[in-house]
Ligand binder design. Structure first.
Ligand SMILES: Nc1ncnc2c1ncn2[C@@H]1O[C@H](COP(=O)(O)OP(=O)(O)OP(=O)(O)O)[C@@H](O)[C@H]1O
Length: 321
């Protein structure tokens, strides 16, 4: 389980120059990006540009995360996690700090991004995420610790990227690391065996959290409580069947959930934008038009619908080919 009340595992002063014991590469630590149960991550300057460097007290943590990142590198097309640049040890005063260097992913975490751009982007990002989860599952992994803080929307590509592979577990084993709120066991809705449905539950929780803009504390847990929360938010209510199926662990694969989400969004958006019936009175037409103007985000909505339709078309084409 991850927690941010833990003490820092190791920390270095900003401005410190690090030289790796084995590969002799140099890194200047510029800024702390964050820390958690498993280590501390710095933004650093290297001869190859800006990078992110993760240190840990624990050799096994570094070895296991490096192993996952190497495996992710085998995925076709999209890069799932940050690309791996270097792995080495930093020795200071006789103490050894294992570290790895990875691509620095520039962007906003999911909730910050949606706060800036609007929740209309949630479904588009979720479809993207489902595509990436599908690849990750096909490689034999389960992400495990899926939460908004571990998702960065890369700028300027606007692409969702996973960070922190500390929870990534081989399928069939027990989830290595998780955050209670996004864990199906905590909600009384399943075990912690690493299988695709584990990540799909967490993804549905991420969508719920994103729509509310925060984690709404659990009361008694269970499907009924989650269902009530879904119904209470317009953007979630339109995709209720998909979310409820994910909460109940009824999706066998990310592909299946992606298809149903794409179908649902497509159906709802075409229904919403059906032409005004001819038999309406002038008064009714004015009312409808007034409502449409009120939204004030017409252009963006239309753009999103086009985007979703395009993604849907590409997806359907993928199924046929
Ligand atoms: N490649 C990266 N690019 C940009 N920021 C990063 C990168 N890797 C990590 N970070 C930042 O550093 C923070 C801490 O990193 P990370 O989550 O890997 O540490 P952790 O010890 O495993 O934390 P946790 O206890 O939450 O699992 C992240 O929340 C993120 O803000």
């Amino acid at each position: 389980m991850t927690s941010h009340t833990v003490k820092r595992p190791c920390s270095f002063q900003i401005g410190t120059f690090i030289t790796g014991k084995w590969h002799k590469n140099h890194y200047e630590l510029r800024k702390e990006l964050g820390f958690g149960a498993n280590g501390i991550v710095y933004l650093a300057q290297s001869s190859k540009g800006i990078v992110a460097v993760k240190f840990s007290d624990n050799n096994a943590t570094i070895a296991s995360e490096v192993n996952v990142l190497k495996s992710f590198a085998k995925a076709q097309g999209d890069s799932l996690g940050p690309s791996l640049i270097d792995v080495d040890d930093y020795v200071v005063n006789g103490k050894v700090y294992p570290f790895y260097v990875m691509e620095f992913i520039k962007g906003d975490s999911l909730l910050v991004y949606l706060r800036k751009r609007g929740n209309e982007w949630l479904n588009v990002l979720s479809l993207q995420l489902l595509g990436q989860l599908e690849q990750l599952h096909q490689l034999g992994w389960v992400f495990g610790d899926l939460k908004p803080e571990n998702l960065i929307i890369q700028w300027p590509e606007q692409r969702v990227r996973f960070i922190d592979v500390g929870g990534t577990t081989q399928q069939g084993r027990a989830i290595k690391e998780y955050t209670e709120y996004f864990d199906r066991g905590y909600w009384g809705l399943g075990g912690r065996k690493a299988e695709p449905s584990y990540d799909l539950f967490s993804l549905a929780m991420v969508m719920l959290t994103a729509a509310y803009g925060k984690r709404v504390p659990k009361a008694e847990g269970g499907l009924k409580e989650l269902g009530e929360r879904v119904k209470a938010k317009k953007e979630l209510a339109v995709i209720e069947p998909v979310l409820m199926k994910a909460f109940a662990g009824k999706y066998a694969s990310a592909r299946e959930m992606k298809q149903e989400l794409a179908d649902t969004i497509h159906r709802k958006s075409s229904a919403y934008h059906r032409p005004v019936p001819v038999k309406m009175s002038r008064m009714q037409i004015r009312k409808v038009k007034g409502k449409q103007k009120k939204s004030g985000r017409m252009a963006e909505t239309l753009f999103l619908i086009l985007l979703v339709t395009l993604l849907y078309a590409i997806y359907m084409l993928g199924l046929i080919v």
